[in-house]
Design a binder for this molecule. Sequence first.
Ligand code: NAP
Length: 310
Amino acid sequence: MKEDSRIYVAGHHGLVGSAIWRELQRQGFKNLIGRRRREVDLLDIAAVQKFFAEIKPDFVFMAAAKVGGIHANNTQPAAFLFENLQVQNNLIHAAYQAEVRKLLFLGSSCIYPKLAPQPLKEEYLLTSELEPTNQWYAVAKIAGLKLCQAYRRQYGCDFISAMPTNMYGPNDNYDLESSHVLPALIRKFHDAKTSFAATVTCWGTGAPLREFLYADDLANACVFLMQHYSEEQFINVGSGSEITIRELSELVKRIIGFKGEIVWDESKPDGTPRKLMDSSRLFALGWKPKVNLETGIRMAYEDFLSKQLR
Ligand SMILES: NC(=O)c1ccc[n+]([C@@H]2O[C@H](COP(=O)([O-])OP(=O)(O)OC[C@H]3O[C@@H](n4cnc5c(N)ncnc54)[C@H](OP(=O)(O)O)[C@@H]3O)[C@@H](O)[C@H]2O)c1
């Protein structure tokens, strides 16, 4: 990528897209293109093709998708499957037609089978059954990475895919109906602190192990991959470190300054006992994350507070 390359970030207002945008600006790229959904609806193939014909992007980062936690996935299976398939089909096909030089598709760790060995290596894809709660989203993401591989094989397109672990950071979704675990904990502990509640109830036993990556680290990895990676094989992007949900809850409680107790509602499901990506393929290319979990949560909470005040 050159300083004046035309770079389109799809979903540039979301958690990941806004981080990619900041990272590209930080690295001096001057010709960034972004559109909100109300300007270009990526579900509409004619609108997407017209947009690509107008802007003629050289590079595309695909951070637009329908994203959500367990509850949202479970209650809107059709929307998760249809919208994700549609958005990625439209973007990938339009990028091929507009002769985009390179495209990065973003998937997720939920592409891996529910009972795959840990840590999750890229070769475990499609070796057994998916986690049923988010299978709709996972099937769409698997189709997306396969589509990139297919366009590479049939048309020689330089389309690559990255599978990030759980993300958090500025511009995250803090709506408890649709958010992921870390932003949900930030919201719950913040609300409990400001309403002087005595307790915060968390789901399950707190025993599951999870991995988290700060969004700016993912953004840095995406720009790195766009510049240094050109393989059909998709690639994991994680931090390489894991924490129990119980330890994570204690950490968020401490950062936010909530003085009450945590109550564990063991009638609620725990989910997969452990979910850690094996990111050694990416680390071997020379990329490493920079932001540790405590620092990242502090920065995410500052961003959350700044938006509450507006
Ligand atoms: N969050 C995570 O923990 C996580 C983990 C692994 C992978 N990922 C992947 O990272 C990518 C981005 O996720 P995110 O967390 O940044 O999601 P997000 O914060 O919800 O942002 C998604 C963006 O997609 C745009 N979008 C969705 N549907 C659209 C449509 N029909 N037309 C135009 N724009 C549309 C939205 O634009 P508007 O704001 O204009 O509506 C929004 O800005 C996804 O592919 C996701 O699978 C996320």
